[in-house]
Design a protein around this ligand. Structure first.
Ligand code: HEC
Length: 147
C-alpha cells in the first residue's frame, strides 16, 4: 500500500517527537499501525484548526513547508501558499478538493510521501460534516494563497 511505504520512510529516523506528532495527526487514518497516541476525534469545522491538526506537521503551521516532520520525508512538502501562483493565479480548488476526497493522490503523480486523505475527509460521520470540513479546508487554503 502506497500509504504504508510513506509511513516507513517517515519513521525510519526514529525521532520520538516526530512519531508522536504524526501519530496525533495521522492516528485517525492509520489506526491499524500507529497506536502511541490515541487519535482525538475532531468535530472541528474550522479550516485553520483542521489544517493545524492534519497538515501542519509536514506543510508547516504557515503552510509554507518545513513542518516538524518535513526533514524525515523524502519529498519536500509543498509550499501550499504558492499553489495559485503556480496555477496561473488561480487556486486549483478542484484538484485540492479531489486530493482531500481521496479521488486524486499526489502519489499517483509519483510521490509516496503525501498521505491519502480520503479516509479522513471522505468518510466522516455524515455527508454534511464531510462537505463542511472539506469546504472549510479549501476555503482556508484558498485564503492563504500568495498574490
Ligand atoms: C506526512 C506529511 C504530509 C502531511 C501530513 C500532509 N502533506 Fe501534503 N504533501 C506532502 C508532501 C511530501 C507533498 C509533496 C509531494 C510531491 O512533491 O511529490 C505534499 C503535497 C501536497 C499538495 C500538492 C501541492 C501541489 O501543488 O501539487 C497539496 C495540495 C497538499 N499536500 C495538501 C495537504 C493538505 C491539505 C494536508 C492536510 C489535510 C496535507 N497536505 C498533509 C506531505 C504531507
Amino acid at each position: 500500500m502506497i500509504y504504508n511505504r510513506g509511513m516507513k520512510k517517515i519513521f525510519r529516523p526514529c525521532c520520538l517527537l516526530t512519531a508522536a506528532l504524526l501519530a496525533v495527526v495521522l492516528g485517525n487514518a492509520q489506526e491499524k499501525t500507529i497506536k502511541q497516541v490515541p487519535a482525538k476525534p475532531t468535530v472541528s469545522i474550522d479550516g485553520k484548526s483542521l489544517f493545524a491538526q492534519y497538515c501542519a506537521v509536514c506543510h508547516g503551521a504557515n503552510a509554507k513547508g518545513g513542518g516538524p516532520a518535513a526533514s524525515a520525508l523524502k519529498a519536500t512538502p509543498t509550499d501550499l501558499t504558492q499553489m495559485a501562483i503556480k496555477n496561473g493565479g488561480k487556486f486549483p480548488e478542484e484538484r485540492v478538493f479531489k486530493m482531500l476526497k481521496g479521488e486524486e493522490t499526489v502519489a499517483a503523480h509519483g510521490s509516496a510521501n503525501m498521505p491519502i486523505w480520503g479516509p479522513v475527509f471522505g468518510k466522516s460521520a455524515s455527508l454534511t460534516m464531510e462537505q463542511t470540513r472539506v469546504h472549510a479546508m479549501l476555503q482556508y487554503l484558498g485564503d492563504l494563497q500568495a498574490k
